[in-house]
Design a binder for this molecule. Structure first.
Ligand code: NAD
Length: 286
């Protein structure tokens, strides 16, 4: 396996460090000199373009900001992708983009698998991410030696695009839970229950979630707000849920109010801030 990573930021850089640590010879491309320099310091080979990487790698992992960037990078690489290559898109992208790339792969002789991840930079650095996979089962098995290093759990949720659809649904719930657990804590405080006691109760009961078990103790109650996942990325994911609902003709009226808080009701929080900061905006008086 000649393995390459395109997009070596918080997530891609963490995956790269695990792979190098576990003996993979890795080639990396990132247009940011800072992130490219970090990859060189890890011991990875760096290239000057995505195309240069495609010429020498037969397994290519993408960890890019959004679908439009995935499409642009794929268009640049297309003439140089070798037959038999497997591309794994670990970005949070869009089902339609993966399906289009997978169809291009069928024409040009490569496989395109969508494998968005959960866990954040800490899990990427520790090799403990969860990955939701969509695509050809044989192509996924080709990826297995690398998946075993970068993930603690993989779930194949269906064919091309299914991984992104599942990830969008997952982040829709995470976005909703952040707002709702924040409200539940304020409700408890108004009734004389401390946030710590309330969370202990919720986490022993049926209202618990990843947000109540992980986000609040790890990043909110201690005022750390340093998860490595930004408001801008979660706003993108909230928008993706609305877009997917529209194109699939699904009514998300319950989620609509929450989405409005993320997209319009929190303009005092910058895109670059930690995504857990949404709990602060929602503390306004009603
Ligand atoms: P990031 O901004 O830290 O990293 C993105 C990297 O892509 C940057 O290094 C950037 O230079 C690079 N890049 C941008 N344009 C490029 C191009 N044309 N060619 C090559 N590289 C390019 O973002 P991140 O937090 O690592 O997130 C990456 C993806 O993973 C996103 O889709 C995000 O939604 C998803 N994700 C992030 C988290 C998290 O907690 N940070 C968790 C799960 C999923």
């Amino acid at each position: 396996m000649r393995l390459g990573i395109i997009g070596c930021g918080n997530m891609g850089g963490g995956m790269a460090s695990q792979l190098v640590k576990n003996g993979f010879e890795l080639t990396c491309f990132d247009p940011s000199p800072e992130n490219s320099g970090k990859m060189a310091a890890l011991g990875a080979t760096t290239t000057a373009s995505a195309s240069a990487l495609a010429k020498i790698c037969d397994v290519i992992l993408l960890s890019l900001p959004k679908a439009a960037v995935v499409e642009a990078v794929m268009a640049q690489m297309l003439p140089d992708i070798q037959a038999g290559t497997v591309i794994l898109d670990a970005s949070t992208s869009e089902p339609a983009t993966s399906q289009a790339m997978s169809a291009k792969g069928a024409e040009h002789g490569f496989a395109f698998v969508d494998g968005p991840v959960s866990g954040g930079p800490a899990a990427a650095n520790a090799g403990t991410m969860t990955m939701l996979l969509g695509g050809d089962a044989d192509a996924i098995e080709t990826l297995r030696p690398a998946l075993d290093i970068i993930t603690a759990k993989t779930v194949r949720v269906g064919g091309s695009g299914a991984g992104h659809a599942a990830k969008i649904a997952n982040n829709m719930l995470c976005a909703a839970n952040l707002v709702l657990v924040g409200e539940a804590i304020r409700l408890g405080q108004a009734a004389g229950v401390s946030p710590e006691d309330l969370l202990e109760g919720i986490n022993a009961g049926s209202g618990r979630s990843g947000v109540s078990e992980v986000n609040f103790p790890k990043w909110v109650l201690n005022d750390a707000f340093d998860s490595g996942f930004t408001m801008g990325l979660m706003r993108k994911d909230v928008g993706l849920a609305l877009d997917l609902a529209k194109s699939s003709n699904v009514d998300l009226s319950g989620f609509a109010k929450i989405a409005d808080i993320w997209l319009n009701g929190s303009s005092d929080i910058a895109d670059s801030d930690d995504f857990n900061a949404i709990v602060k905006t929602n503390a306004r008086e009603v």
